[in-house]
Design a protein. Structure first.
Length: 302
């Protein structure tokens, strides 16, 4: 089947169903696990979110760090990649800023492993276009930077809606956003970030309805909760991953415990994953003291 026309058919059907108030299961299972015959090379990156406090300006003082400083930090730590989270860009950034940041990364020997944005694709139809416009803005920005993938969210069930309706809304929005992403050669990577992606089976309902070769999963090791064996749940989404984020803590049986990084890396290996693995440090201890320790562990494992 021609991918473009089958995707168009899905979008037309979804739009008609939404207009009629119908949210029917989509018979197309377009996205299969990526055909990877063996584990590929995994490359270490550091997510900007790891320094969220330092990168955020306060009312009475500027931020302690800029994204340029973060790139320099990655170089000093011998980390080859950096994930440039959208939250820490200047609000008035322009193409000149993006080109300077791209130049700085390249001359520092640091690759941009990806980007990360906030969005909600479960919003009511009248609010969806604003979400899509924001995603398009960042697709264009990250394309200038040369980022291969952008982490996106699904969202939460809206008041008066249902989980089934939210899943359909999100899948249709992802299809529309991927039409834009495909024009710029940027992957959109849906993260397991609570809401309608809190359970692997619900998340894969969305994934299986998105017909685009530029779509996949952002594997986040720290976001599944209330499972007795979180590593087994992560294994369900790993085959679809186009980007991976590793946290130093994980939820087991509703409790936050130290993560076994070797188990996380093994889950990715078992899925034959190859690509960027970004440390996203969220623990309470000071990041400048703790991040180098965790980076050293990941360097050994990767």
């Amino acid at each position: 089947m021609n991918t473009f026309f089958s995707r168009r058919s899905f979008l037309t059907t979804s739009a008609a169903a939404a207009a009629a108030g119908l949210f029917l299961p989509n018979p197309l299972m377009a996205i299969e696990p990526f055909a990877r015959k063996e584990p590929g090379p995994m490359k270490l990156s550091l997510a900007a979110y790891s320094f969220r406090k330092e990168l955020t300006a306060q009312k009475d003082k500027p931020a302690e760090m800029t994204l340029f400083d973060l790139v320099d930090y990655c170089r000093a730590q011998d980390v080859p990649g950096v994930e440039l989270t959208s939250y820490y860009f200047p609000t008035d950034f322009d193409a000149d800023y993006l080109l300077k940041l791209k130049q700085h990364c390249h001359t520092a020997g640091i690759s941009i492993s990806g980007g990360a944005i906030r969005n909600d694709f479960c919003v009511e139809p009248s609010k969806l276009q604003a979400q899509l416009d924001e995603v398009e803005k960042w697709i264009k920005a990250y394309a200038i930077l040369g980022a291969p993938a952008i982490r996106i969210f699904a969202g939460n069930v809206q008041k008066g809606s249902s989980p089934e309706e939210a899943i359909q809304r999100c899948a249709a929005a992802c299809n529309t956003a991927c039409e834009i992403a495909a024009q710029y050669g940027v992957f959109l990577a849906l993260e397991n970030h609570g809401g309608i992606t809190a359970v692997p089976e619900d998340m894969l309902q969305i994934v299986n309805q998105v017909e685009s070769p530029w779509f996949g999963v952002n594997f986040d090791s720290g976001n599944f909760k209330n499972f007795d064996n979180t590593y087994a749940e992560l294994a369900k989404i790993a085959p679809y991953a186009v980007n991976a984020q590793v946290k130093v803590e994980i939820w087991q049986g509703g409790n936050k415990v130290p993560a076994d990084l070797s188990k996380i890396v093994n889950v990715l290996n078992e899925a034959n994953y190859g690509g960027w693995v970004a440390l996203e440090y969220e623990a309470a201890d000071p990041p400048k003291e703790e991040i180098p320790i965790w980076l050293a562990q990941l360097k050994t494992l990767l």
